[in-house]
Design a protein around this ligand. Structure first.
Ligand code: F6R
Length: 240
């Protein structure tokens, strides 16, 4: 695991883009995350595209997760987040983008479809954030390291963290579809972005703690090509 500590969010985003850029070639499969952490990285991707330095015409994307019951047209859905923050700002063909479908009538069938898709489209780079409880995707503490895409009951902690995007905590979906930890670990390369003091404990557990399902992100210690890019606040509890 390579750890890079940056002065601030902007520097963190630029560093993460430096890790990502060499992978952005025709035919690449990129796996994306939602949330506040990667928004700056997505801005760097869009800016570099606008400068003519990279094209996404022949790049495909998948995403980590989606809320059950949410989809295209729902402001807080992850598919709309991706369109707003990235897809509408680059030349990717929406047909080449995929997220778990939170509105699927049969969630188990959707899980099967998504796992098949991931098996057929090996991920060249996986973008990650981390939850304050150490989750990656919506793989909450206790999730098996060999898990594949599955339906998740969100923890009270995650519902509270994510309520900042909704009018009230009651509106936060209680379930999600998430890629599993094994799907994430299968990616050839991983780049994680983390900012803010509220993540410092999870970051310490991920980097300096034991590899344990109590901190799902700790499994990344075993990935052969994982770079974690932190701002100073997120890195503040690290001892090394
Ligand atoms: C989002 C995701 C989550 C977030 C994590 C951090 O697709 O899978 O694991 O990466 O909850 O969220 P932010 O970046 O909003 O702090």
């Amino acid at each position: 695991m390579k750890v890079i500590v940056c002065d601030n969010y902007d520097e963190m985003s630029k560093k993460a883009y430096e890790v990502m850029k060499p992978v952005l070639k025709d035919g690449a499969v990129i796996a994306l995350a939602t949330g506040t952490s990667p928004i700056g990285l997505y801005k760097c991707m869009a800016e570099d595209y606008k400068k003519g330095n990279v094209s996404y015409k022949n790049i495909r994307s998948v995403n980590l997760d989606e809320y059950v019951g949410q989809g295209v047209g729902d402001e807080q859905s992850y598919v709309e987040f991706m369109r707003r923050n990235l897809f509408n700002n680059i030349d990717i063909d929406l047909k080449n983008t995929d997220l778990p479908n939170g509105k699927a009538a049969d969630l188990e069938k959707e899980v099967e479809r998504y796992n098949k898709k991931l098996a057929e489209n090996p991920i060249d780079i996986q973008v990650l954030g981390i939850g304050s409880n150490g989750h990656i995707g919506f793989n909450e503490p206790g999730t098996a390291f060999d898990s594949l895409t599955h339906v998740v009951d969100l923890t009270a902690n995650t519902i509270k963290d994510n309520s900042r995007f909704f009018k009230s905590i009651d509106e936060v979906p209680k379930k999600a579809l998430s890629m599993g930890i094994k799907n994430v670990m299968n990616a050839k390369k991983i780049v994680m972005v983390v900012n803010g003091a509220n993540k410092a404990k999870a970051v310490k557990a991920m980097i300096e703690g034991r590899v344990t399902t109590d901190c799902p992100a700790s499994i990344l210690q075993l990935h052969p090509d994982c770079t974690v890019v932190l701002d100073k606040e997120a890195a503040s509890l690290l001892t090394k």
